[in-house]
Design a protein around this ligand. Structure first.
Ligand code: FAD
Length: 407
């Protein structure tokens, strides 16, 4: 934390609270939870409730909802600090903090009055977003003119939804969801999908398989299943068929938060490498006195600092767009941070030699965690393509190469 460029005393105080929470409540439990066989057993309500007591779960909301309207930069700092303790906890909280921030802007007054007091008062209220489905993933990031397979038919007073989503972070633990559903046939998902607000337990909505992930195991990801699920008109977020406007208008900092989570893992790797380099003696002196090792630590430091600066710039500009926001900042910081974290994790493994391969040294968990964001929040290659389309003002997709959207 000492190395982070902190702007205000308030941020410093918040980060000190988070650091203490990480040291007292996350680090002592993370390895044991990570090792649980069943993915559901790796999730801890105890840790979430402790975070709630510190005000971390609601910090992006306004004061009336137990928050303090934390800005995106401060939120990214908190998300990174949490990930130094455990990536899964950081992701559970980042999803909730991000979606609370988005709901505060995207929901209408009636929806806010219905939902935000619940988010504020229920210490277990987590949030989730359901977009990805087995046949549509990179498709919606670019977007290509495919249609979501999760569809809704208009009926009196609402919509009847059928289909499924998968890989959804907090899928089985969230209380409220933003869900993206195809509501217009024969057009692409960007032109014909609607964003709905939904509560867990709603009739016709159930949780399917909880995915058994290689890392990030303190967070759960699950399938969301919809069988003749009636969602009333009052749960449409924004306008019908304009779900992608919700994504375009209210998610500018989402990619940077993902980058902040994975940068926390890179920090944890760096700390472990540095510690090991000081105590492990080979060639008659500690590893850190060997030039190659010391130079590698500096390279790690550079990648972490550069990633964080990019993330912080994206977060600040997301909140102050008139000062030079450009759309590539919504796609590239996570790609950079996750590539950096992956490199740093593999270097950490290498620097630990055979010890790194033995689970008890804790490097293996970090390597598994470090892989998570190469794909989560958009596969990096897809994000590069998305950013390049912004840079060169390309159409979102080449219509001549693509099959027509499903009727
Ligand atoms: C840990 C985790 C958490 C997640 N959480 C959520 C969540 O909360 N909510 C949610 O909705 N989704 C979530 N996702 C889904 C995530 O956004 C998708 O996994 C991601 O978009 C990639 O989708 P895919 O795995 O189906 O890959 P695919 O889209 O099938 O891509 C496979 C490969 O093809 C490449 N590719 C695809 N299209 C192109 C192209 N046009 N040109 C060149 N290469 C291409 C990709 O880069 C990739 O290498 C999560 C995923 C993970 C792993």
């Amino acid at each position: 934390m000492e190395e982070i460029f902190i702007q205000t005393e308030e941020q410093r105080a918040i980060l000190e609270t988070v650091k203490k929470f990480v040291d007292d409540s996350i680090l002592p439990r993370a390895a044991e939870l990570d090792a649980k066989i069943k993915p559901e057993d790796g999730f801890s309500w105890e840790i979430i409730e402790e975070a709630d007591k510190l005000g971390l779960r609601t910090m992006t909301l306004e004061e009336q909802y137990n928050g303090f309207g934390a800005d995106s930069l401060t939120t990214a700092m908190v998300v990174e600090e949490l990930a130094k303790g455990d990536l899964g906890i950081s992701v559970v909280m980042a999803q909730t903090l991000k979606l609370a921030q988005i709901m505060d802007k995207a929901l209408n007054d009636e929806q806010k009055a219905r939902v935000l007091p619940e988010v504020a008062s229920d210490p277990r209220c987590l949030l989730a977003i359901g977009i990805t489905e087995p046949d549509n993933a990179s498709n919606y990031f670019l977007p290509y003119p495919s249609s979501f397979r999760t569809t809704a038919e208009k009926t009196d007073g609402g919509w009847v939804v059928n289909g499924m989503k998968h890989f959804i972070s907090n899928g089985n633990t969230a209380r409220f969801y933003l869900l993206f559903v195809q509501t217009l046939k024969g057009v692409g998902l960007a032109e014909g999908s609607t964003c709905f607000l939904l509560e867990r337990g709603h009739e016709g909505f159930s949780i399917g398989h909880v995915h058994d992930k290689m890392g990030e195991r303190l967070a759960n990801n699950a399938e969301l299943i919809f069988q003749d699920c009636f969602i009333p008109d009052e749960n449409v977020v924004g306008e019908p068929h304009k779900g992608f406007s919700v994504l375009a208008n209210f998610f500018p900092q989402s990619n940077a938060y993902a980058g902040a989570s994975i940068t926390g893992v890179a920090e944890a790797c760096f700390a472990k490498s540095e510690e090991w380099a000081k105590i492990r003696v080979q060639g008659g002196k500690p590893l850190i006195q060997h030039d190659g090792i010391r130079a590698q630590l500096a390279e790690m430091r550079m990648l972490i600092d550069a990633s964080r600066s990019y993330i912080h710039r994206a977060c600040w500009l997301a909140d102050n767009q008139e000062h030079g926001w450009d759309k590539t900042l919504g796609a590239l910081p996570k790609a950079m941070a996750s590539q950096a974290a992956w490199k740093i994790a593999t270097w950490t493994l290498e620097m630990h030699g055979g010890h790194g391969y033995m689970k008890e040294f804790g490097v293996a968990k970090l390597v598994r965690d470090a892989a998570a964001f190469l794909h989560s929040d958009g596969v990096n290659r897809t994000l590069f393509l998305k950013a390049s389309n912004f840079m060169y003002d390309m159409p979102d997709y080449d219509q001549t190469e693509m099959p027509k959207a499903a009727e």
